[in-house]
Design a protein around this ligand. Structure first.
Ligand code: ADP
Ligand code: MG
Length: 564
C-alpha cells in the first residue's frame, strides 16, 4: 500500500481535542494505557496461537520493552504480541467502535483540568499517548503475515493520519511517542520505571527496560545494552494468599479496574474438588457510570491456566452481581473455550454458583460484622449497589433467602438501613405480617393516608421507593414465614391486632353507611370497583386502594410513564 492520508472518524477528532486540551493532570497514565495495550496484544496472540502454534514464529516468549532516546526525545513501547495489519491499524486506531465514549466526552467537556484516569475507564487508552506526544508513530506486523506486510501509521493527533505498508521483520508493535515540548521528565529510566511499578507491576508478562548503572569515570549513569525486567510479572491470583499484602491486592484492583478508590472488600480462594479454579473477586466502593446497563461487559475476567480467555464472561457471574470485579482462573476448561461452550459447560455452572456464594458471604460478613467499620462499609455498599442486588431476588431463587437477609430499607421508624430481621424483631405481639407500602418518593410514602392506622397502633411499615421494588416484591412473598403484605392493597387485615370492639364498630359503621356507600358506588361506577367503610384511616376522610393481587397504584403509574 502506497502512503495515504486518511481522516479520523469525527468522534475521534473530538476525543483527541478533548484529550490534549483537558487531560493534563496525572498524565503519566499514558504509559499504563500503552503497556496494557501491549499486554492485551500478547494475550491475543497466545489465544490465537492455541489453534495455530506457527503464529509464535521463532519467538514464543512474549514480552514488552520500554526504551527512550534522549536526543530524539522519543519513547518507544514495543511488544511481540499479535500486531496489526494495515487494515486493522486504520480501523482500530482511526475509529472508535465502543459504547461509553459519548459519556466519556461529556465528562471531559469544559476547559477544566481533568483526571487522566478517566480515559482508562472508558477504553480509549491509545489516544492518551497524545497527552504527552505531539506525534505518535505505530509500526507493526501482524503475527502470521509476511515481513513485507508490515504497516506504519503516523499522526499528530489532529485531523488525519497517514498509513503505508513497510517491511518489518519483527512481529508485534512499536508505539513511538514524539514528546511534546516540556515533557522531558519522561526521558528518564527512573521515571519510567517508577510509573511501571505504580501501575503495571502485575502485568503477567515481563516489562523490560535497559539496565542503567553508575559510571565512575564519566561521573554519570550510563545505559547499557542489557535489558532487565522492571515489574514483578506474576499474576497475583496464582500466588499464595499468605504472600500477598493488602496493598498488593489493592494495587491489582486498581490495575484491573482503573478505579483509584480502594475496594470495599475482596476474596481470594483456590477452590478444589470436581471443578478446580482460583477466584479473586472484589466489591468496588463506588458504582460505575453505567451500572444500570444490564448488557454491559461483566467485570470478571476469565483465564484458563493463566492464559487470558475473555473479559466479559457474563456466564461467570449472575447479572445482578455485575458490579463485582476480578479474575477467575480455571484449571479444567479447554483453552479454546468459546462463548457458546461457556454457557453450557457444567464446570462453568459450578464456578458461577461457587463465585456467587463467595460474593454473598463477603457481603454477609460485612453486614453481620460487629465492627463499626464493616457496618459502615455495608451501608455504603447498599447505597451504591443495593438496588442492583434486589434484582437477584427475582433472578436467583436458589439464593433468595440469603439475598433477602441482605436487603435494607426505609421504614416508618428509620430512614434507612432497616433489615427484615430488624423489622421482625420489632413486630407487635400478635402481628403476623410484614407490612409495606410502595411509592415514588420517601416523602410520598411517609405521608400516605394508608399508613394512618399503622401509625396509631405503633406498627412499623416498610417504605419501598426504588423502581425495582415493585418487581422484586412480585417475587418475594415472605420472610422467615411472615408474609409480606401491602398496606395499599385489599382490606388490610390487622388480624389479632384489632380488638373485638374495633371490629364491631367497623361492622356497625358499614351497616349505617350503607345508603351513602351505595350512592357513592353508583356515582363512581366507571372508576371504582367498590366503595367500603374502612378502619385503616384515622385523620383522612378517604383513600384509594387496589384489590389484593392487582397491580399497585405505584406500579400502574410507573408503567404509564413507561408508555405501557
Ligand atoms: P482498548 O484497549 O480498550 O481496546 P485502546 O484505545 O487502548 O482501546 O486501543 C484501541 C485498539 O487498538 C485496541 O483494541 C487494539 O485493537 C489496537 N491496539 C492498540 N495497541 C495495540 C498493540 N500494542 N498491539 C496490537 N493492537 C493494538
Ligand atoms: Mg487499551
Amino acid at each position: 500500500m502506497e502512503k495515504q492520508t486518511l481522516s479520523f472518524q469525527a468522534e475521534v477528532k473530538q476525543l483527541l481535542h478533548l484529550v490534549t486540551h483537558s487531560l493534563y493532570s496525572n498524565k503519566e497514565i499514558f504509559l499504563r494505557e500503552l503497556v496494557s495495550n501491549a499486554s492485551d496484544a500478547c494475550d491475543k496472540l497466545r489465544f490465537e496461537a492455541l489453534n495455530d502454534a506457527s503464529l509464535f514464529e521463532d519467538q514464543p516468549n512474549l514480552e514488552i520493552r520500554i526504551g527512550f532516546d534522549k536526543e530524539a526525545r522519543r519513547i518507544i513501547i514495543s511488544d511481540n504480541g499479535i500486531g496489526l495489519s494495515a487494515q486493522e491499524a486504520i480501523d482500530h486506531l482511526g475509529t472508535i467502535a465502543k459504547s461509553g465514549t459519548k459519556e466519556f466526552m461529556a465528562k471531559l467537556d469544559g476547559d477544566k483540568a481533568r483526571d487522566a484516569n478517566l480515559i482508562g475507564q472508558f477504553g480509549v487508552g491509545f489516544y492518551s499517548g497524545y497527552i504527552v506526544a505531539d506525534r505518535i508513530t505505530v509500526e507493526s506486523r501482524r503475527a502470521g503475515l509476511a515481513a513485507t506486510e508490515g504497516v506504519r501509521w503516523s499522526s499528530e493527533g489532529t485531523g488525519d493520519f497517514e498509513v503505508e505498508t513497510i517491511t518489518r521483520e519483527r512481529r508485534g508493535t512499536d508505539i513511538i511517542l514524539h514528546l511534546r515540548e516540556g515533557e522531558d521528565e519522561f526521558l528518564s529510566t527512573w521515571k519510567l520505571k517508577s510509573i511501571v511499578g505504580k501501575y503495571s507491576d502485575h502485568i503477567s508478562l515481563p516489562v523490560l527496560m535497559r539496565k542503567e548503572s553508575w559510571d565512575a569515570e564519566k561521573g554519570e549513569n550510563v545505559v547499557s545494552d542489557d535489558w532487565e525486567p522492571v515489574n514483578k510479572a506474576a499474576a497475583i491470583w496464582t500466588r499464595s494468599k499468605s504472600d500477598i499484602t493488602d496493598a498488593e491486592y489493592k494495587a491489582f484492583y486498581e490495575q484491573l479496574t482503573y478505579d483509584t478508590t480502594a475496594p470495599l472488600a475482596y476474596t481470594h480462594n483456590r477452590v478444589e474438588g470436581r471443578t478446580e479454579y482460583t477466584q479473586l473477586l472484589y466489591i468496588p466502593a463506588k458504582a460505575p457510570f453505567d451500572l444500570w446497563n444490564r448488557d454491559k461487559r461483566g467485570g470478571v475476567k476469565l483465564y484458563v491456566k493463566r492464559v487470558f480467555i475473555m473479559d466479559d464472561a457474563e456466564a461467570l457471574m449472575p447479572v445482578y452481581l455485575r458490579f463485582v470485579k476480578g479474575v477467575i482462573d480455571s484449571a479444567d476448561l479447554p483453552l479454546n473455550v468459546s462463548r457458546e461452550l461457556l454457557q453450557e459447560s457444567r464446570d462453568v455452572r459450578a464456578i458461577r454458583e461457587g463465585s456467587t456464594k463467595r460474593v454473598l458471604s463477603m457481603l454477609e460478613s460485612l453486614a453481620d460484622s460487629e465492627s463499626a467499620d464493616d457496618k459502615a462499609k455495608y451501608a455504603e455498599f447498599w447505597k451504591q449497589f443495593g438496588a442492583v442486588l434486589k434484582e437477584g431476588i427475582g433472578e436467583d431463587h436458589a439464593n433468595q433467602e440469603r439475598l433477602a437477609k441482605l436487603l435494607r430499607f426505609a421504614s416508618t421508624q428509620a430512614d434507612e438501613g432497616v433489615s427484615f430481621a430488624d423489622y421482625v424483631s420489632r413486630m407487635k405481639e400478635g402481628q403476623e405480617a410484614i407490612y409495606y407500602i410502595t411509592a415514588e418518593t420517601l416523602a410520598a410514602a411517609k405521608n400516605s393516608p394508608q399508613l394512618e392506622i399503622f401509625k396509631k397502633k405503633g406498627i412499623e411499615v416498610l417504605l419501598f421507593t426504588d423502581r425495582v421494588d415493585e418487581w422484586m416484591l412480585s417475587h418475594l412473598y415472605e420472610f422467615e414465614g411472615k408474609s409480606l403484605q401491602s398496606v395499599a392493597k385489599g382490606a388490610v387485615d390487622l388480624g389479632q391486632l384489632q380488638d373485638e370492639e374495633e371490629k364491631k364498630q367497623a361492622e356497625a359503621a358499614a351497616e349505617s353507611f350503607k345508603p351513602t356507600l351505595d350512592r357513592l358506588k353508583a356515582a363512581l361506577a366507571s372508576r371504582a370497583k367498590d366503595v367500603r367503610v374502612t378502619t385503616r384511616l384515622v385523620d383522612s376522610p378517604a383513600c384509594l386502594v387496589v384489590e389484593e393481587g392487582d397491580m399497585s397504584g405505584h406500579l400502574a403509574r410507573l408503567l404509564k410513564q413507561a408508555g405501557q
